[in-house]
Unconditional design. Sequence first.
Length: 507
Amino acid sequence: MSTPGAEIEVRNPADGRVVGRVRDHTVSEVAAAVTELRRHQPAWAALAVRERAEWVMRLQDWLVDHAARLTDVVQSETGKTRFDAEIEVPCSIDLARYWARHAAAFLADEHPAPHSPIGQTKRLVTTFRPYPVVGIITPWNLPLMNPCFDAFAALLAGAAVVVKPSEITPLSALELARGWTEIGAPPVFTVLTGGGETGRAVVGEVDYVQFTGSTRTGRAIAVACGERLMPYSLELGGKDPAIVLADADVDRAAAGIVYGGLFNSGQACISVERVYVEAPVYDRFVSTLTAQVERLRQGHDDRGFRYDIGAMATFAQRDIVQRHIGEAVAAGARILNGGKATGVGTFFPPTVLVDVDHSMSCMTEETFGPTLPVMRVADEDEAVRLANDSAYGLSATVWTGDRARGERVARRLEVGAVNINDAFANLVNFALPMGGWKESGIGARWGGAAGIRKYCRGQAITIPRGPELPREPLWYPASRFRSRLVTTLMRAVDARGLRKLPIRLRG
Ligand code: NAD
């Protein structure tokens, strides 16, 4: 249990340096912070959307102005390479602009036509009113981007936002909160650092939870939200398949899979975690992949671009990678590159495995590390069957020389997103929804109006259109005539064929 004043030490996993200390917020501190957010949220929601968008764009300016330092912070708490860290600010500002430009249109009232002629007596309005406080709980892999992924939309919707970042990488999220304060924005955005208990406290206080993290924690949060009858959206783990068809450009497929599987040392939810290759190109693909992986440079130099692959974020994550490889080898798999922790910090070398199958943890459990297990398949059908043979369903890639075939294969895959001849493309196309199927999640982020309206409660308003009668036909006292009048009308409008014929109004 967190004690008042307790702190969490943050280390750079590449070299063990202490890079910061943050508060481990207690349950009562979380409650007090959320109460404060609630106090300021009505005034925030009362602003016009374009006024809220102006604050988000000022934060965007602040992100641009401080990009180099923010990237330093990201790198310092994750041990990732500069190459991987540099993408976090540009992706965040891209998203800020997307939401700021479209929020007003996405949140505008709707005026649907009545579904029946009888409804013509009313003017119909649907409004979108924010949940007062949205709690955003994030993991450690993209410490700046993860909070931005969800906070901008929630703020623009008119909610106040509390972010609970991972206790492993809390510094980047704190920078974001600092930016919000420095631009002088209303106090409707806060970051509360701490561990799982702080996260649980956030779930206990807010009105909507947006969670990104492991399937295990996501399930616990779903149960807690169920108890409170509170909505939530879960972006969880994955075991994303890549399918390489025989007509693929093998060089491009290998390069894309190397990047898709090893970006961020494989610590991305939509990492390629398993590869199925059609038999005719299997040997060529494996030798190309192995050669490309062999050329990767692994190491850590602050602000330099000498390395492709950095450290892993934690020793625990590194140990999962080692276990998956060990279990695979014990069951007959062969290591073609890497395979063993370097012994320096949390570094684990990129590892290609072959002779793997679905009895092995490296093909079924989320590894979240730099492994590329590759399996030979007879044909497209076998590839699709194996790709779908997973508890997860986050995303997939298909590599082919025939785009129409790629799209056909995509439509057979049980996943939330499919990229053809590319990796991660869906992640940077905010007009598309990003969400997992099966144990990879519930709900989605982005994807047009739905991605911001999810932070709102839809409210239906009916307004009389013409002159108002002294009483509506179905108001008391009961009357056979008025009952039959209404039911006859409804039957005349809605029934088919002879059943439309009016029933008697009297008798
Ligand atoms: P995790 O589930 O251990 O922790 C995530 C967050 O939840 C942390 O902030 C943690 O403190 C908090 N938490 C822990 N217990 C909690 C509880 N009972 N109630 C509330 N909050 C609690 O995940 P992780 O190890 O930090 O991240 C890695 C996982 O995140 C991987 O499974 C990865 O696939 C997933 N991920 C998914 C996406 C996506 O968009 N689908 C993106 C990135 C990462």
